[in-house]
Design a binder for this molecule. Sequence first.
Ligand code: GDP
Length: 298
Amino acid sequence: MFDTLSDRLTAALQTLTRKGRLSDADIDATAREIRIALLEADVALGVVKTFIARIKERAKGAEVSQALNPAQQVVKIVNEELVGILGGETRRLNLAKTPPTVIMLAGLQGAGKTTLAGKLAMWLKKQGHAPLLVACDLQRPNAVTQLQVVGERAGVTTFAPEPGNGVGDPVDVARRAIAEAKHAQYDVVVVDTAGRLGVDEELMKQAADIRDAVQPDETLFVVDAMIGQDAVTTAEAFRDGVGFTGVVLTKLDGDARGGAALSVREVTGQPILFASNGEKLEDFDTFHPDRMASRILG
Ligand code: GDP
């Protein structure tokens, strides 16, 4: 991901290095190249506009630096602004003062929620937590089994509905899972919820009902970075329908253009907490805006 964007940005910024002093026209020309590169990478238009306006304003008003030449100053500004749209500081997971911490996952079907649940559980375990996975995706055939499989791989317990006992009612499963976590001293509960192929009201209502029942400390919106501009509309629908406190980007290993990754924080106002970059449970880490910006700028 970001290969083309990275090449285009590097090329746009390289034209400046040949110049000693930068005129406003030089900056405008570079800003235009950066704008095209971002739009071609599927970054949301509103995000691109704000980004370019900030770059121009800062580059034209850039104070004379002893340490950096004008081109390096522009690179520095672009880097800082990229870190800014990616969220600035790394945002850590919010843990409840009184365990269990409840983390609810929401997103479209195929976004990578179930896989992510396993990754997150394994990551939490490594941090010294005792996580419990909860299967509340009762829509998709095999979703419960799939969660149990990733749970086993991650070496954590999965709470799943027993046949004839609450099957079909994810809210009931969620409630019982929290009671079980308190009883058996699991300190983090990760609730996997159902996702549909498209945003729909029933899905939103079900997710909102689960949210009301479990009162999550974090609701993480899981989004496939490969879906481009659709990521933004989906994120807005989930923000309005369920609400979320953080974003997890999945499939960053793909060859999509990456605009979703660059837009979602700015559009939803919520930070990106984690990133997934593969199908294996280890392909997962906390999200660092500064590292991602450096990767994009090459
Ligand atoms: P859910 O419907 O949201 O629960 O999605 P799943 O967890 O079932 O994932 C859908 C597909 O995406 C599966 O084939 C996963 O193996 C795959 N997947 C999940 N995360 C990643 C990732 O970060 N990179 C890649 N390449 N594939 C992923």
